[in-house]
Ligand binder design. Structure first.
Ligand SMILES: [Zn+2]
Length: 687
């Protein structure tokens, strides 16, 4: 690590200044193993100790150095991470800048640093950069204000001066004292609600010559939300600059920045992407697909524990059962991610042995057995799904949250495409505008808005040989696209209505927002019959040489509650757009199995992940997420996979069991393989 070499003496001085204690081997402080270049890309398994310290506790009292070190070694992660400061605002170390718990019994941050150095773990520090209870109490001018001047609960305003006056000096103190290989910043993008502090209002007045709008729909609301987004971007850039001025090699990430809620090209100073979903396996796949599509490496974090009612009727934390945590791990690593394990120490910093015994039995072996076929691979996508900022931020504009997560287009499309075994990449603005679409079909699902650059890129994409499907309101405000799609007129739907459609003798009864269109050049592939018996086009195709511009005048994939078209109909539509014989991968696996094709050089890896609901018990917890316990999954039955391949493979192997597949066939450019029954995750590796 360059920093350790350049600043070694300074680091030691800093260590004494902030009073860190160690596990004994002080020389280890300056011995940083395997940190040249980007250590993140070589790491697969993290341990994150989620330690939101409080003033009332003797923080560190239960962190026995030898026992802490022994338990961490049970998991044997690649990366070790613990809090420097949690959202209450108290530290885990003696700080001259921040708020040290008055009963601090041990420098916990120093203890973890020393364990990381001694045992060869990369060393990352968690810092809550968006929430701070002590700042809210002591320096309310740094907190985010509501329109009436009251304060949002624990949400810092990045435009208030909190960076230069509090956060950045504290980060310098931490770098100097504890030499992290990286920072993991929490609490930022999802705590952002439009802020009305004097500094934010003054900037808006200066930039727009307008008073700050108070509610969605007010004059200037869109510009106000845009300004809040810009403040966050600037804060990320400036924070990275502050860190890299001291340690250029320190890898920085912000929890959920550049995720689905912020579908922007990541700032070049960001090393990797990350997000935590404690206990909700269904939310993982879409985020993993999005992160995997950005070009940056990523991890997703889930808890190693869950909650249940014990015999006395009280809430008790238990290690997640093997089936549950392995399902979470599988869907993350099958989509190209790293697994970040979230554990909570006791309030006084002790680790719980029963959890680490469980991790040792069924987390580490599960990850390590799969790692060779998961890391540094690339998806071979069957379709591409547009996730553009124009549409996403237009949806967010109905709220006070400029980076709102809700997006029923993306939620519906990601789930449906996985159930249809149409593995997808997701296309952000920058990839669309660069025409970087790596499947034969771009799906533009019912976008609330398309920018002028989006429209221009869609036209160019079609001219360059890609098929494009636009659905729902995608053509409503974008008349320039009508000739490209062979549409002459659109009579916009003002509500949902019943209609029927027949595909190959299968009749579907739908109820949806149906735009009435007339065509000029497009072929009509499907026709709807409305309640009055009138016919209207439901799927049109306008040919441009080898490729086609498709339009479907209803939302096809969006989650629209009872209006959502049935999976059988959607399957029939995609069978017309991407015929089975042309698909890279076809399978008869159940819809609950996520099938993902990835590639590294000539090697191809088919991942099959059992995403069935399993046997689960949900426990409600007041004020926080409901906790699921999933103690078993029904095994996936044997199924067949057909894969497009331009040469006969040398070997087809089931992994991680390292078992050659018998009876595979290669003919007409396709490999036919039978997969045996499996419980959670099966890989078929084709060499
Ligand atoms: Zn503000």
């Amino acid at each position: 690590m360059k920093f350790a070499r350049q600043f070694g003496i300074l680091a030691l001085v800093g260590c004494f200044l902030v009073g860190c204690d160690t596990t004994g081997d002080r020389a280890a402080v300056n011995t940083s193993p395997a940190v040249d270049g980007n250590w993140y890309q070589r790491s697969m398994l993290w341990l994150h100790e989620d330690h939101h310290t409080q003033a009332a506790h003797a923080v560190g009292r239960e962190a026995d150095p030898a026992e802490t070190r022994r338990l961490i070694a049970e998991l044997a992660p690649d990366v070790l991470q613990i809090h420097a400061k949690g959202n209450p605002g108290w530290t885990t170390y003696p700080s001259k800048v921040g708020y040290t718990p008055p009963k601090l019994a041990r420098d916990v941050l120093g203890l973890y640093r020393d364990i990381a150095r001694q045992d060869g773990y990369h060393w990352s520090i968690y810092y809550n950069i968006g929430r701070d209870g002590e700042i809210m109490r002591r320096r309310p001018e740094f907190n985010r204000d509501r329109p009436d001047g009251s304060e949002y609960e624990r949400a810092l305003c990045y435009h208030s001066g909190v960076g230069p006056q509090y956060i950045w000096p504290m980060l310098r103190e931490i770098i100097t004292g504890y030499q992290p290989d990286g920072f993991w910043f929490d609490g930022s993008v999802f705590t952002i609600a439009n802020c009305y502090c004097p500094v934010c209002r003054e900037r808006f007045q200066r930039e727009q010559q307008l008073d700050a709008p108070k509610r969605p729909g007010d004059k200037g609301w869109s510009a106000y939300s845009q300004m809040q987004r810009q403040i966050y971007r600037e804060f990320i850039t400036q924070t990275c600059q502050q860190i890299h001025a001291v340690d250029p090699d320190c890898l920085v990430s912000f929890n959920w920045a550049y995720s689905i809620r912020m579908p922007e090209r990541p700032d070049p100073a960001i090393a990797y992407l990350t997000g935590d979903i404690a206990n909700h396996v269904e939310k993982l796949p879409a985020e993993a697909h999005w992160y995997d599509s950005t070009g940056l490496p990523f991890d997703l974090m889930t808890t190693g524990h869950t909650f249940t009612q014990n015999d006395a009727g009280k809430l008790a934390a238990i290690p997640k059962p093997a089936a549950q945590i392995q399902q979470e791990i599988a869907v993350i690593i099958a989509n190209g991610g790293r697994f970040n394990l979230w554990d909570n120490p006791t309030p006084e910093s002790g680790l719980r042995p029963e959890r680490f015994e469980a991790f040792n039995q069924y987390v580490t072996p599960f990850v390590r057995a799969r790692q060779p076929w998961c890391m540094n691979t690339q998806r071979t996508a069957e379709v591409s799904l547009l996730h553009n900022t124009a549409s996403h931020y237009a949806l967010a504009e109905k709220t006070r949250k400029p980076f709102n997560r809700a997006n029923n287009r993306i939620d519906g499309a990601t789930e449906m495409l996985s159930r249809l075994h149409l593995d997808y990449e997701m296309i952000g603005d920058w990839r669309l505008h660069a025409l970087d679409v790596r499947s034969p079909l771009l799906v533009v699902e019912h976008p609330r808005a398309l920018s002028a650059a989006d429209i221009d890129a869609i036209k160019k994409l079609i001219a360059s040989g890609r098929d494009v499907l636009i659905t729902g309101m995608g053509l409503n405000a974008n008349k320039k696209l009508w000739p490209v799609f062979g549409i002459a007129s659109i009579d916009f739907a003002s509500g949902s209505e019943p209609f029927t459609v027949t595909v190959d003798n299968r009749k579907y009864e739908l109820n949806h927002w149906l735009n009435r269109i007339t065509v000029a050049g497009a072929d009509v592939l499907l026709t709807a019959v409305d309640a009055d018996g009138k016919f209207t086009p439901l799927l049109t195709a306008h040919r441009h040489g080898r490729c086609t511009a498709y339009y479907m005048p209803i939302p096809l994939l969006s989650a629209h509650q009872t209006n959502t078209p049935p999976i059988g109909f959607v399957n029939d539509v995609f069978a017309m757009l991407r015929p089975m014989r042309e698909r890279v991968l076809a399978t008869d696996a159940p819809p609950s199995v996520h099938v993902i094709l990835r590639q590294r050089g000539e090697q191809r890896i088919v991942h099959m992940v059992n995403m069935s609901k399993g046997h689960r018990i949900i426990t409600s917890r007041k004020g926080t997420y409901d906790a699921a316990v999933i103690d078993r999954l029904e095994p996936v039955p044997p199924c067949h996979v057909s894969l497009q391949l331009d040469h006969k493979p040398r070997a087809v192997t089931l992994q991680p069991q390292n078992q050659p597949v018998t009876g595979w066939r290669y003919a007409n450019g396709r490999l036919e393989v039978d997969s045996p029954s499996f419980d959670v995750h099966q890989m078929i590796v084709i060499d």
